[in-house]
Design a protein around this ligand. Structure first.
Ligand code: UDP
Length: 331
């Protein structure tokens, strides 16, 4: 019997999809989430749920022992880049310091495997696109730095203790569970596909385009949008790799290796809804690179990961389906 997996932030957007993937694969799961941005209903009723903070080492220690946890998938954290600029210490607390406490509890309990939600924001403004894992990591905001510091802790801990880890560096995660069991639910979204889906569902009257003078084919920012269900699958495969070879750790980009511009995303939403969202051209947003696309050779080769939902229309369609049913699901 495979050991239980602890999912921190399992009530959040990406974490809840990972819980579904683990459960679908027959793995036992326990979730810790403080419900600050997550939702209790996002976790299936048959999955043990502990409301609490990952920085609470006593609580985490009890959960690790009681459930005989053999791996941790660590999603819990704060993710809003502009907020990290305004309140950096919140990010160094919720991301860096909380991760430090969680890792210490994991080492104390002898947990052998750790998977960490890292980000393309650790690369800052890349010199070369598509960006590979060995590119310089020079974050340009506290969010990216708070995640990079956790990567550094994990590398040092893996060298000193019997734990291996995988840092998965997410590009632009979007979409929703194709079966409609979870999706992006957080209010006050800042991400393009979520905002466009809200507009398409009549919850906003326009979408602002943040800059049209970027060095891209149509002048708007280009990003590597990855379907959240493919990303959840990558976590399962990363877990299998860590379990198969405890001597190896990994740092892997999670993206499709191709980008779409803001206009291409909005065109897709218009096409799929047969409507026209009002677009307002606005100024650039501070700290946005022209183009951010993953070199994904490493994750394909190391994990054998193969995207199954690599299609902008599929991502947008699943995001729209979730968005249109959100209020009824929330109850
Ligand atoms: N963007 C935009 N309008 C919005 C939100 C985002 O034009 O309301 C652009 C943003 O400048 C970037 C792309 O869409 O080029 C993706 O931004 P998002 O915030 O979704 O993700 P990020 O790449 O910043 O993590």
């Amino acid at each position: 019997d495979a050991p239980t997996v602890l999912v921190t932030g399992g009530a959040g957007y990406i974490g809840s999809h990972a819980v579904l993937a683990l459960r679908d694969a027959g793995r036992r799961v326990v979730v810790i989430d403080n419900l600050v941005t997550g939702f209790r209903w996002a976790v299936p009723a048959d999955v043990p749920f502990v409301e609490g903070d990952v920085a609470d080492m006593a609580l985490v220690g009890r959960v690790l022992a009681e459930h005989e946890v053999g791996a941790i998938l660590h999603f819990a954290g704060s993710v809003v880049v502009p907020e990290s600029v305004a309140d950096p210490l919140k990010y160094y607390r919720n991301n860096t310091a909380a991760s430090r406490a969680l890792i210490e509890a994991a080492v104390a309990a002898g947990v052998p495997h750790f998977i960490f939600s890292s980000t393309a924001a650790t690369y800052g403004i890349p010199e070369v696109v598509p960006v590979a894992e060995d590119s310089p990591q020079r974050p340009i905001n506290p969010y990216g730095m708070s995640k990079l510091m956790t990567e550094a802790m994990l590398a040092d801990v893996a060298a000193a203790h019997s734990m291996n880890y995988c840092a998965l560096r997410y590009f632009n995660v979007a979409g929703a569970d194709p079966q409609g069991r979870s999706g992006q639910s957080t209010a006050g979204a800042t991400h393009l596909i979520k905002i466009a889906a809200e507009a398409a569902c009549g919850k906003r009257d326009h979408v602002s385009i943040f800059g049209t003078d970027y060095a891209t084919p149509d002048g708007t920012g280009v990003r590597d949008y990855i379907h959240v269900t493919d990303l959840a699958e990558a976590h399962l495969m990363a877990l299998a790799a860590l379990e198969a070879d405890p001597a190896r750790s990994h740092r892997l980009n999670c993206g499709y290796g191709r980008g779409f511009s803001v206009r291409e995303v909005l065109d897709a939403v218009d096409r799929l809804t047969n409507r026209t969202i009002e677009r307002r051209i606005g100024p650039r947003r501070a700290g946005d690179p022209d183009s951010l696309v993953a070199d994904n050779h490493a994750i394909r080769e190391t994990l054998g990961w193969q995207p199954r939902l690599d299609d902008l229309d599929t991502i947008v369609r699943d995001a729209l389906a979730w968005e249109s049913g959100l209020e009824t699901r929330r109850g």
